[in-house]
Each structure stands twice: as C-alpha cells, then as structure tokens.
Design a binder for this molecule. Structure first.
Ligand code: MTE
Length: 309
C-alpha cells in the first residue's frame, strides 16, 4: 500500500520550486569551478570541434549552462532541485555498463572503452520535464542504436530496460524507503533504435556532470524527461515490458510511454505550455516535444495504448 509523501514533481513545478531560493543559492555559488576530468579518455568525451547534428535544429536559444546544471531532478540524491553540489561526490571512475539479456554478444563495457569506441557527436535537443519546465542543451554522445548493435539484439527482444546506479554511500535519497529503487526505465525496441534515442556522455562540450547523469545517461527528447534515465549501469534487452519507476509509484499519473502532448493534461496540471529554464519565458508545448516527424510513425499501431501519460 502506497504511503503518500510530498514529492518534488508530483506537484506542478511552479509550486514545487522556490525559485528565489534557487537563484540566491546560484549567486552564492557563482565562481565555483565546473567538473573537470583530465584523462585522455575524458578528453575523448569532450570533442570541442563537433558540429551539432543539423537534422535536429533546436528552434530556440540554448539554455544557459549554469541553469541546466544547477536545476536538476535526481531523486537518488534529493527531491530538491539544487542537488548539484551534493551530487559531485558521485565517483565517475571506475564505471562500467553491462549490456545483456536477449542479445547474441552480451558485454560489460568500461566507460572509457565506450568513449573510445563509439563515434562521438553533438545533438542540441529540447528537454521537456513532466513538471512543465524545459531546457535546450547540447549533449555529446552517440545513438543508442550504435551501442545496441555492439551486442547484436535477438529477434525476440521487444523492450530495452535501463537500470541506473544505486550507491547508498553517495546517494542519500536512496534512504527514502517509499521509492522503488533502483530507478529503472524502459523503451520499446523500435523506440530505442530510433534516430533520436541518444546516449549522452557530455554536456556543453564537457564531460557529463553527475547531477545531469554522469558519466552516461539516456536522452529521449520526444518523451517527458523522467524517461531519460541518468547514470546508467545496465541495459537489458527483454521480451517483457519492465515495471518502470514513476509508473510503479503512481500508475494513474505516470505511464510507460510518456510521450509529450500539450493536449493531454497531467491529472493535476496542464501540459499546454512550459517554462524555459534561464529566461523563465513560457512557451507552448509541442506534441512529441516537436519531434513528431521522427517518431510519430512509431505509434501508428499503438493507438490503443496510453501513449501520452
Ligand atoms: N534518472 C535517475 N536515475 N533519477 C532521477 O531522479 N529524474 C528524471 C530524469 N532521469 C531522474 C532520472 C527526470 S524527472 C528528469 S526531468 C530528468 O532526469 C532531468 O534531467 P536533468 O536534471 O539533466 O535536467
């Protein structure tokens, strides 16, 4: 039986976020050096010369880096948004990610091996949180499809399950017993193999900081942000649809598909518009977060599913 506790993004974000507090804190912290890693592999994470993929024009200004990196959802650390300093204790090396399940060649990759092996590119994506805030940021990384190809998925694989790090020594949020840890997310295999589905290892041309899911996270920009699981440790191909984190907690409010749609309100707030981090401008929300040309066809045969919650 679920005990209800106030959780950050179970309430509309306008109410959830004491913005003045966050801004004051940011000012106090101005000048604190950003995360920097010096190894050759870390440099491979930060290819300064990459040009953003022109297929995905962002259509709005980039979010200031400081805003994207100091206003985060990462419940393993906290249900407050200003967790970025606390998250810095997460050790990003050594780090490994297993890719297993219904594949011909299961493999555990060390993070530096992934960085050396996978072709790095930059994508500027819009990101839309279910709480109705949004940002526009340059991720560095590679298509999820390229990583899956390394392990050769079997024809019986229908879903891709993402498991994220659960490290009680560093993550105080794990002590909250009402959450079904670890944070697990999932995609259907055709979603995972879509051009847009991306694995990020960098942000703003630098290694991905822990608060944004370093050293490696999923980015699925046509879905609400909770699908984009942070700090991945395992990717499993499965025949079965996984039980996913927020749906397990509140199935009437959060679904498996979670595609962005301005016309389908959250049971407790509208999804018609979103607040841009940084400028605080309110702009209309777009169906599939504006990426319908790339992904709408994935859902043609799934119209009976609750695609937008
Ligand atoms: N991944 C893990 N492991 N834990 C989380 O709490 N929060 C999700 C998603 N991935 C979350 C997570 C939510 S609700 C959002 S909106 C995005 O991460 C936020 O990503 P950002 O902090 O980089 O903006």
């Amino acid at each position: 039986m679920l005990i209800r506790h106030p959780r950050g993004w179970e309430i509309p974000e306008q109410a959830a976020t004491p913005e003045t507090v966050a801004l004051g804190r940011r000012r106090l912290l101005a000048g604190v050096a950003a995360l920097g890693l010096a190894s050759p592999a870390a440099r491979a994470e930060t290819p300064a010369s990459l040009t953003p993929d022109p297929r995905f024009p962002p259509g709005r200004p980039l979010t200031p880096e400081k805003d994207a990196e100091t206003y985060n959802n990462y419940y393993e650390f906290s249900d407050d948004k200003d967790l970025w300093e606390d998250a810095k204790i997460l050790p990003l090396r050594p780090w490994a990610i297993a890719v297993d399940g219904l594949v011909a060649k299961p493999k555990t990759f060390a993070i530096d091996e992934i960085l050396m092996k996978m072709p790095q590119e930059e994508r500027i994506y819009r990101h839309r949180c279910v709480e109705a805030w949004a940002m526009t940021v340059p991720w560095t990384g590679f298509p999820l499809r390229a990583l899956l190809a390394e392990v050769e998925p079997l024809g019986s694989a229908k879903y891709v399950v993402f498991q994220t790090a659960s490290l009680p020594k560093f993550m105080p949020g794990l002590q909250q017993p009402w959450y079904p840890w670890p944070y697990v997310e999932g995609l259907a295999i055709d979603e995972a193999e879509n051009d847009l589905a991306f694995v990020a290892t960098g942000l703003y041309g630098k290694p991905l900081p822990p608060q944004n899911g370093g050293p490696i996270r999923l980015v699925v920009p046509w879905k609400y942000g909770f699908k984009s699981a942070k700090s991945l440790i395992k990717i499993t191909l499965s025949e079965k649809r996984p039980a996913v984190f927020w749906q397990s907690i509140q199935p009437r409010e959060y679904g498996f598909w979670a595609n962005v749609n301005p016309d389908v309100p959250h049971p407790r707030w509208s999804q018609a518009s979103e607040r841009l981090l940084g400028s605080n401008e309110r702009v209309p929300t777009q169906i599939y977060n504006g990426y319908g040309a790339f992904v709408a066809s994935l859902y043609a045969d799934r119209m009976k599913e609750p695609l937008f919650m």
